[in-house]
Design a protein around this ligand. Structure first.
Ligand SMILES: Nc1ncnc2c1ncn2[C@@H]1O[C@H](COP(=O)(O)OP(=O)(O)OP(=O)(O)O)[C@@H](O)[C@H]1O
Ligand SMILES: [Mg+2]
Length: 284
């Protein structure tokens, strides 16, 4: 990996060089006191499909109150990284720690997984709302099944989640009557129903017109600020990265080649592939 200061994903948190050290009580206490404990830590992730290597020694820490924008060419492994964090894709090697609990060690998940995975919400590019169910019914499905809340608590939670994305007046609408941007905001609200601390967003605005996409992305910035969430977002929208990302993580052929602020990324001139993404801002 390049030695540029923007290129060390774990440089802020040397304790995570050895994931199991995270269980060292003194270190934990210091980290918590300093508010520096990552909500998600991935260390040494490796994933291959057959002979094709998709993730190569990927290590990174993610913190609450930060938006990390993941950028990289098609096929570089961005969705695979999000899917492994969400538990949708099995790892070959490496560890995933959520809120200080080891949840995944290679292809084994620990008994912490079920509890910790609730802290993670994921939203995809394609609208994943059930078309035959109203907005409220879409939102109510998971909490009814998993959290076993009463109907009135679910309704109150749905109201709060929809308010957070500016969609409260659509609680009884059918998805087919909503625009693409509105549907994506409902998809975010649905993820909020489980009170996640981390939102994984995989190209959630790429099917939307730029102004509509900007509205949806503004919702994420608000969630980060008001709910202190960690937002990990795959997007090609570099102008959003410039405006709102706390960190930009650039992926190339399954490896993190740059990690830092947008300015760090812009100054990482040696990363020519990254620079083509950054230069695209001026033409889009
Ligand atoms: N289930 C699978 N089986 C085999 N290969 C897969 C599978 N899922 C992903 N891949 C391959 O892994 C590579 C990385 O895919 P991934 O979806 O993570 O890329 P990406 O960076 O998200 O790309 P895009 O920008 O196009 O969404 C691709 O070459 C893809 O074909
Ligand atoms: Mg993808």
């Amino acid at each position: 990996m390049n030695e540029n200061k923007a290129s060390s994903p774990t440089s802020q948190s040397p304790q995570t060089d050895h994931p199991l050290n995270q269980h060292d009580a003194i270190q934990q206490e210091t980290l918590v006191r300093n508010g520096k404990r990552p909500i998600v830590s991935v260390q040494g992730l490796n994933k291959a499909y057959g002979s094709r290597i998709i993730l190569k020694s990927v290590s990174c820490d993610f913190y609450r109150g930060q938006i990390v924008v993941i950028v990289g060419r098609s096929g570089s492994g961005k969705s695979t990284l999000l899917r492994t964090i969400a538990g949708l894709t099995e790892l070959d090697d490496g560890t995933i720690t959520i809120d200080n609990e080891l949840v995944c060690d290679g292809d084994e998940s620990t008994d912490q997984w079920d509890e910790q995975r609730r802290k993670i919400g994921m939203i995809f590019q394609s609208y994943t709302l059930w078309p035959h169910l109203s907005v409220y019914k879409n939102l109510a499905l998971a909490p009814r099944k998993v959290l076993k809340l009463s109907e009135s608590d679910i309704r109150a939670q749905a109201q709060r989640s929809l308010e957070a994305v500016g969609m409260e007046q659509y609680i009884d609408s059918m998805p087919s009557t909503l625009s693409g941007g509105q549907r994506q905001r409902v998809a975010i609200a649905r993820a909020l129903m489980m009170n996640p601390q981390v939102l994984l967003c995989d190209e959630i605005t790429s099917a939307l017109d730029p102004p509509v996409a900007a509205d949806v992305l503004a919702v994420l910035t608000k969630l980060k600020e008001r709910q202190n969430m960690a937002i990990i977002l795959v997007t090609h929208d570099m102008s959003f990265a410039a405006r709102a990302a706390d960190k930009v993580l650039f992926f190339s052929a399954g490896e993190i080649t740059t990690y830092g602020s947008f300015n760090d990324a812009r100054n990482h001139r040696e990363n020519k592939e990254l620079q083509t993404f950054i230069n695209a801002i001026t033409v889009s």
